[in-house]
Design a protein around this ligand. Structure first.
Ligand code: PBG
Length: 328
């Protein structure tokens, strides 16, 4: 039925029509907001490369959580910045660690909020790698037990879900068995299944003070060139017991998201990472792009590629916009 019978513009005529046929929609319930919690008191400090995003000490979290909840957001993911770092990252599984305390505060302020925790040692180790070292190598199997202890410790403090981001082999299975043995068989795991060794994590490493002291993460995170390998990573994490699988970063990896969506039935998350956020903020600050239009376009593209959930530093501002639109 070619032109003039078929006219694509018929359904684009008004806002109401366009809205009726819109295929992909954003909703606050599918956005996860990352929160950096820092050891100390009275801290609410903006991260210079991530305008609008701050690090909070646990005592300053209440107002932030109230605001997040009032915007209709239902979940946060926590990253901890401890005072003391050591070779094994032991502050990560201290029951009074910064994340453990933050979880209790959040649960008090907003019991319904789904509290997810990032499980990885890089913010806690003195050398900044995601596992313990054997010489200059990151030792895979010796790290598993520590990650499992960290996950159990977060769950004991009240976390609703744990999200391992370390990229050690076998960590999902190790965490699953430790949670089950600890009486937490009902706590889901969201695995950073296909996590690439990416330059887009730059601002996060400033925020979380987690830059490796030597070398890089390419012996455990994935080569950005490899899509087939990403499918193997996701399949393995599912076999090991992951409930939600993630692709990270998002924008330069939309093809990986799309293929994962087509191959797997599990809920799929995408991490719209710090560098993706910083680029938008920097260009918008110079008036080079229209942030109000670009943010929904970016988040829509991630959903359209196949993500059910998006971890994004834009979650608050996007939820705010959706709320205003809903009230109009
Ligand atoms: C920790 C972790 C990182 C991110 C999430 N969890 C950094 C890294 O792997 O170096 C990056 C998030 C972002 O850039 O927003 N392993």
């Amino acid at each position: 039925m070619p032109y003039p019978t078929e006219r694509m513009r018929r359904l684009r005529k008004t806002g109401a029509l366009r809205s009726m046929v819109q295929e992909t929609r954003l909703h606050p319930s599918s956005l996860i907001y990352p929160l950096f919690v820092q050891e100390g008191k009275g801290i609410a400090e903006e991260i210079s490369s991530m305008p609008g995003i701050s690090r909070f000490s646990p005592d300053r979290l209440q107002a932030e959580i109230a605001e997040i909840a009032s915007l209709g957001l239902g979940s946060v993911i926590l990253f901890g910045i401890p005072d003391e770092k050591d070779p094994t990252g032991s502050a990560a599984f201290d029951e009074n660690g910064v994340v453990q305390r933050a979880i209790r505060t959040i649960k008090q302020e907003a019991p319904e909020m789904v509290v997810i925790t990032d499980v990885c040692l890089c913010e806690y180790t003195s050398h900044g790698h995601c596992g313990v070292l054997d010489g200059e190598e990151v030792a895979n199997d010796a790290t598993l037990d520590l990650l499992a202890r960290m996950a159990v410790s977060h769950t004991e403090a009240g976390a609703d879900m744990v999200a391992p981001s370390d990229m050690m082999d076998g960590r999902v299975r190790a965490i699953r068995s430790a949670l089950d043995e600890g009486g937490f068989s009902d706590v889901p795991i969201m695995s950073y299944a296909a996590k690439f060794a990416s330059a887009f994590y730059g601002p996060f490493r400033e925020a979380a003070e987690s830059t490796p002291a030597f070398g890089d993460r390419r012996s455990y995170q994935m080569d950005p060139a490899n899509r087939r390998e990403a499918m193997r990573e996701i399949a393995l994490d599912i076999e090991e017991g992951a409930d939600i699988v993630m692709v990270k970063p998002a924008l330069a990896y939309l093809d990986v998201l799309r293929e994962a969506r087509e191959r797997f039935r599990h809920p799929l998350a995408a991490y719209n990472v710090s560098g993706e956020y910083a680029m938008v903020k920097a260009a918008a600050a110079r008036g080079w792009i229209d942030e109000d239009r670009i943010v929904p376009e970016i988040l829509t593209s991630i959903k359209r590629a196949g993500a059910d959930l998006i971890i994004t530093y834009f979650a608050k501002q996007m939820a705010g916009k959706l709320k205003v639109k809903g009230e109009r």
